[in-house]
Design a protein around this ligand. Structure first.
Ligand code: UD2
Length: 315
């Protein structure tokens, strides 16, 4: 019987968490429908987990996946701000119904703790940097609203049913296995691949928008630390998971261009609807509650990411 369940185990962040648990010798069940995840993300450890192919929108399948589990890493979601603007209903059902199904499955199965993949987009465009968890959320596009609804549901299930829910607000996570091929891909994955292919990336807006880009292994360590922390430190709470540094897209473009050996300037296009101008986190709450440290820097993360995409292209 598996002790841990990872939803979205074949996705970008979910596969990293699954792998880290397997490498620690834990018993893991993974749940994914391969809508945005990929089987290759599980290569090397698929035979060491109990894998269930299923959809978060299928309440019965989610309930079965929760049986016998002690801790859930709920990473499964349909990400992307622009996807949610184009087709709000599809991401609504995956993100809000899907999260509700996980909570209900957990309640029925007596799951002790849930780590929830929340989003930095919750802060919206309000003034005040760095972002602290005590700020009033002001989500703009449907995707941030959906992720925020999940946070409120998480807190409710702690207060009402005593499930130790912990929300980790991810700040633009990037790294190996992030899918570069979708129109809704994260900017790092997209730009890295385009540059390696010799194609000119497009920056939406003037490129002066900033992000607290965070390498994926930092997010994995936040999850594992928060999963192991005493309930009184983390249950019912929200934590920023970030690096604590802001880089503009123009700066990021330059570093990526150097790493990939790409010599052309970007194309500048119109700003993206629903975009946030700036994002920068205060990470002291996660530091204090469970000893989180972003040990892999922005530059080192970018180096590893570009190297990975380069290897992928060779294969
Ligand atoms: C949001 C959240 C992030 C995560 C993510 C999931 C914020 C600050 N961050 O990421 O935490 O939840 O959603 O999807 O809300 N861009 C270009 N050219 C491209 C693609 C993107 O210029 O080809 C720009 C885009 O307009 C934006 C920046 O790059 O200003 C980052 O975009 P993204 O889609 O990688 O991530 P973002 O910030 O929407």
């Amino acid at each position: 019987m598996a002790r841990y369940l990872v939803t979205g185990c074949a996705g970008f962040i979910g596969s990293w968490i699954t792998q880290a648990l397997v490498e620690r010798g834990e018993t893991v069940r993974g749940f994914d429908n391969f809508e945005t995840g990929h089987r290759e993300n599980l290569s090397g450890f698929l035979d060491r987990i109990e894998f269930i192919e299923g959809d978060l929108r299928d309440q019965a399948a989610v309930a079965r996946a929760c049986q016998g589990v002690e801790i859930i890493f709920h990473q499964g979601a349909l990400p992307s701000v622009p996807r949610s603007i184009k087709d709000p209903r599809t991401s609504h059902t995956a993100n809000i119904d899907g999260t509700f199904h996980v909570l209900e499955g957990a309640r029925a199965a007596g799951v002790r703790r849930i780590l929830y993949a929340a989003s930095s987009s919750a802060y919206g465009n309000q003034p005040g940097f760095p972002r602290v968890e005590t700020m009033v959320p002001m989500p703009i596009a449907p995707y941030p609203v959906q992720k925020m609804a999940g946070e409120l549901y998480m807190r409710s299930y702690w207060q009402v049913y005593g499930i130790e829910t912990v929300c980790l607000r991810y700040f633009n996570i990037f790294g190996p296995r992030q899918d570069p091929n979708s129109p809704y891909s994260g900017v790092m994955a997209k730009f890295a691949l385009q540059m390696l292919h010799g194609q000119q990336p497009t920056i939406f807006g003037d490129g002066e928008q900033g992000r607290d880009f965070t390498y994926v292994e930092n997010a994995v360590s936040a999850n594992l630390l928060a999963a192991a922390a005493p309930a009184e430190k983390v249950a019912g709470r929200v934590f920023n998971v970030a690096c604590g540094q802001r880089h503009t897209l123009n700066q990021t473009y330059k570093v990526l261009a150097e790493l990939t050996g790409f010599h052309q300037p970007p194309v500048y296009g119109p700003p993206r609807t629903g975009d946030i101008q700036n994002s920068l986190a205060d990470i002291s709450a996660a530091r204090e509650a469970f000893g989180y440290e972003p040990s892999i820097s922005f530059e080192e993360g970018l180096r590893r990411t570009v190297e990975w995409y380069r290897q992928q292209l060779k294969q």
